[in-house]
Write a protein that binds this ligand. Sequence first.
Ligand code: UTP
Length: 290
Amino acid sequence: MVPAMQVRAAVIPAAGSGTSFLPATKAVPKELLPIGDVPAIQIIIDEAIGAGIEHIVVVSSPTKPGIEQYFERDDALIGLLKDTGRDEMADRLEAIGRDWRVTITYQDEPLGLGHAVGCGRDVVGDEAFAVLLPDELMGDSSLLAQMCGVCASTGGSVVGVKKVPLDEVAAYGVVAPSGPMTDDGVIPLTDLVEKPEPSAAPSEFILIGRYVLTPDVFGDIAVLEPGTGGELQLTDALRRQAARSPLHGVLSSIARYDTSTPLGYLEASIAFALHDPDLSGDLRTYLATL
Ligand code: UTP
């Protein structure tokens, strides 16, 4: 029997408009932009699988058919690769969705992150689940794995956080701690604020696009009203949930890359390539020439 709090599903919201990365995202969803030779969303999936997740729930948009296409098996292409001796690449294509389950569900209009997560409700069901924003790439699975453990031990939702200088908080969701941080970076929280002015910020800890949520949050999402930017905000649903249940933050100590802007995307591409044994040597040589 599965323990009540085991986190098996991860929701990846990928139905946004990607306007910060136009014109590239006019034709290619930002979740499919390549980091080396894999689409960014595959790095997110690998992180989730590494943390013990078995079921990937992608919330896509009808205007982004490429996302569904990435997960569809292509027998003709796999056959061509095998016939021409490229078995290793054929294996890589066959592995997409083979060792984990993927379900694609749709958000018909980009009404906000809270609404997008709510679109996963029927697929996730009545169990704790992770949410991974695909434009935040993490160096490994350790933060998410720790967050799943904190959800199991506290019985409440958990958010990943990072400390930034106070003058940078206005661009992010910011958490309000209610007590000291433990040695392993766990902070009890009372509240969250979306994009506060630094003078009104409750802390310097920002949300970094990783959540492990108990399923009662779907009820809070269902009654959301438009918030910051006129969108149905996940932060507002978490505030409602935090008013009645424990909420914790886990401080991230791993690398994080925000790929939602051209500069962040380039940084992520270089960092991941420097960790790839096939690319790092030649890339270092090239960079040294600049
Ligand atoms: P963002 O706000 O960063 O993505 O949402 P966006 O809306 O695509 O970006 P810009 O501002 O127009 O450039 C974070 C993640 O949540 C998804 C996005 O696809 C992105 O992966 N999202 C956002 C949804 O799935 N639905 C929404 O309504 C909003």
